[in-house]
Write a protein that binds this ligand. Structure first.
Ligand SMILES: [Zn+2]
Length: 268
């Protein structure tokens, strides 16, 4: 075949691939380097999109400023990437630019990712793809929990953990602007903190926070989740796998033990 035609086809295929890349995490220009003594450096440009679905009954006039704040905080928390030691994976063969699936090695991994964070509003469920991230805003949350000190606590936000939709109550979000990021970081795999000596942390969830920092360990965990399988670094472009966002959101919102109040007419 004529070389020009091949190149044209190749270019078209690239465009097509880029167009079909969508979801919560889209990574491009991925690159790996191995220092030869147990440290991998992974780099690339990663776009994370969080879709905000307003399910409030009376509207949410402060929504756009809360979204702007949330986008800024996520950007600042992920800036600079992260580092994680003790990751057991397949041995990297730099000459072949492949992982050797017959040999294991424990690596320290440096994540040198550039992040671009988009927090955008959507108006209906059909705007959610299965691998999107979503933060749904409801009127109120009835669910309560007992903390490690035996006290009953109300919930301003709620998730079912890693890869699940995040929910916040609109009034709770106004009272604590950081709750949107807190809930979203559960989606990205972080756990709650109840230790009274860690009130300065974003993931501390008993109210009366004195700060909203994340630790280097948490940053490393976030990076590990965002890349998913380390083998993804060898792909030219990568987007995160199907996490059933649309059906999980339905399941979670409709579970009566969560006690969500929201405008059901908006949820279709
Ligand atoms: Zn939490």
């Amino acid at each position: 075949m004529n070389i020009d035609i091949i190149n044209t086809l190749r270019a078209k295929l690239d465009v097509l691939q880029n167009q079909t890349l969508s979801g919560g995490i889209v990574a491009r220009n991925l690159h790996i380097s191995d220092n030869g003594s147990g440290e991998l450096t992974l780099s690339g440009d990663i776009t994370i999109t969080l879709k905000v679905l307003d399910l409030t009954t009376n509207g949410a006039p402060k929504l756009s400023s809360l979204m702007t704040f949330t986008q800024q905080v996520i950007t600042s928390k992920l800036r600079g990437g992260g580092y994680k030691g003790g990751i057991s994976y397949f041995k990297y063969n730099a000459a072949k630019n492949k992982f050797d699936f017959h040999n294991n090695q424990t690596y320290s991994v440096r994540y040198n990712f550039n992040f671009n964070i988009n927090v955008q509003q959507i108006n209906m469920l059909s705007q959610l793809k299965r691998n999107d991230f979503v933060l749904a805003v409801v009127d109120s949350i009835g669910h309560q929990f007992t903390d490690q000190y035996g006290r009953r606590q109300a919930s301003r936000g709620l998730t079912k953990g890693q890869s699940w939709p995040a929910i916040v109550s609109y009034n709770g979000w106004i009272k604590d602007k950081n709750i949107g990021v807190h809930e979203f970081f559960h989606t990205l795999g972080l756990d709650d903190i109840e230790d009274n000596s860690k009130k300065n942390r974003l993931m501390y969830h008993l109210g009366n926070n004195t700060g909203y920092s994340i630790s280097d360990l948490e940053r490393g965990d976030l990076m590990e989740y965002i890349l998913g399988d380390i083998n993804n670094i060898l792909k030219k472009n990568y987007s995160n796998a199907n996490i059933e966002t649309d059906s999980r959101l339905k399941t979670f919102l409709n579970n009566p033990t969560n006690g969500f109040k929201y405008n059901k007419a908006k949820f279709r």
